[in-house]
Ligand binder design. Structure first.
Ligand code: BJW
Ligand code: ZN
Length: 247
């Protein structure tokens, strides 16, 4: 696999590296992506499921979709891409994973500095009194009701039209702007404001690299595009970083 000299030199000098990850990073673990063939959105339109009105109109239906995904996500393991990113955290003074994924796989791979822009499927909360629930029985087909107030319990994820968690978004923006090298990995870069992160990094002078199996709407605006599966590309990249650090 070929990495440019520019990327190798930039990484050798880099103090701050950030990555934006999307569903493609978990694809090799067996978590379906959203917008690829065979992805979740092929069967259901996103606006039919990942929004507040859909949940209020048919809570059991939307709840069941999340129950199915909870089951998938619970049983999968981090792949070499997640593991390489966890190792990279040890190799740069500042290293941040900014993720759109809700599957917890970065934490399970050992990454510590992870900021979750779209929430986490392992958390749920009561719409009425905001009590959090972390242990959900994945076999429960009817939407759960709060033990304290009877309110509807929803997953702690960000739906279309909802604000992203303010602190996570601010931190992500700061990290993007402070990056020497920024990677956009396994994301179609179609959903905002997450898709702004590579652009913020670029505007602030970072070297911005995309790793994806296909070109995206953003490819042309970035410094380097590496086509391939993130697990494979990142495994090669970490070998190179290791070798350079040992020299
Ligand atoms: C591989 C691979 C391998 C495969 N290796 N690669 C018009 C313009 C701009 C913005 C808007 C607009 N109209 C509305 C908006 C705002 C809207 C938005 O962005 N819409 C766009 C679709 C146009 N955004 C929002 O509403 C956000 N909130 C917001 O803006 O608040 C302010 C506001 C409030 C009120 C009104 C207006 C503004 C919230 C967005 C929340 C997104 N939520 C979801 C669901 C999360 C919970 C859940 O999982 O159920 O987040 S949607 C879904 O998309 C999920 C993902 O995190 C997100 C991004 O998807 P991702 O990760 O990029 O996946 P894919 O499938 O798209 O791409 C996978 C990629 O991997 C592909 O490129 C493959 O090629 C690649 N790949 N295998 C490497 N092995
Ligand atoms: Zn409650």
């Amino acid at each position: 696999m070929k990495f440019s000299k520019e990327l190798i030199n930039r990484l050798a000098e880099a103090k701050s590296v950030s990555v934006l990850t999307g569903a493609g990073v978990s694809a090799e673990s067996g978590v379906p992506t959203f917008r690829d063939k065979g992805g979740i959105w092929e069967k259901f339109r996103p606006e039919d499921l990942a929004n507040f009105d859909a949940f209020i109109n048919d809570p059991d239906f939307v709840w069941n979709w999340y129950q199915h995904r909870r089951e998938v996500m619970r049983d999968v393991k981090p792949n070499p891409g997640h593991l390489a990113l966890a190792e990279m955290e040890e190799m740069f003074p500042n290293f941040t994973v900014i993720t759109q994924n809700i599957d917890n796989l970065h934490f399970r791979a050992g990454s510590k500095n992870v900021t979750e822009l779209h929430g986490n499927i392992e958390r749920s909360f009561c719409l009425k009194c905001r009590t959090f629930y972390n242990e959900i029985d994945v076999t429960e087909k009817k939407v759960l009701r709060c033990e304290k107030c009877g309110g509807l319990i929803r997953p702690d994820v960000v739906w279309f039209g909802e604000m992203l968690p303010e602190k996570a978004l601010m931190y992500a923006e700061e990290c993007a702007a402070a990056s020497d090298v920024f990677f956009s990995i396994g994301t179609s870069a179609e959903v905002y404001p997450a898709a702004l992160m590579p652009l913020i990094a670029k505007r602030a002078g970072a070297y911005v690299v995309e790793i994806n199996t296909k070109p995206t709407v953003m490819s042309a605006d970035l410094d380097e595009v590496i086509q391939g599966k993130s697990g494979e590309v990142l495994s090669e990249l970490i070998k190179l970083i290791r070798a350079n650090k040992n020299n």
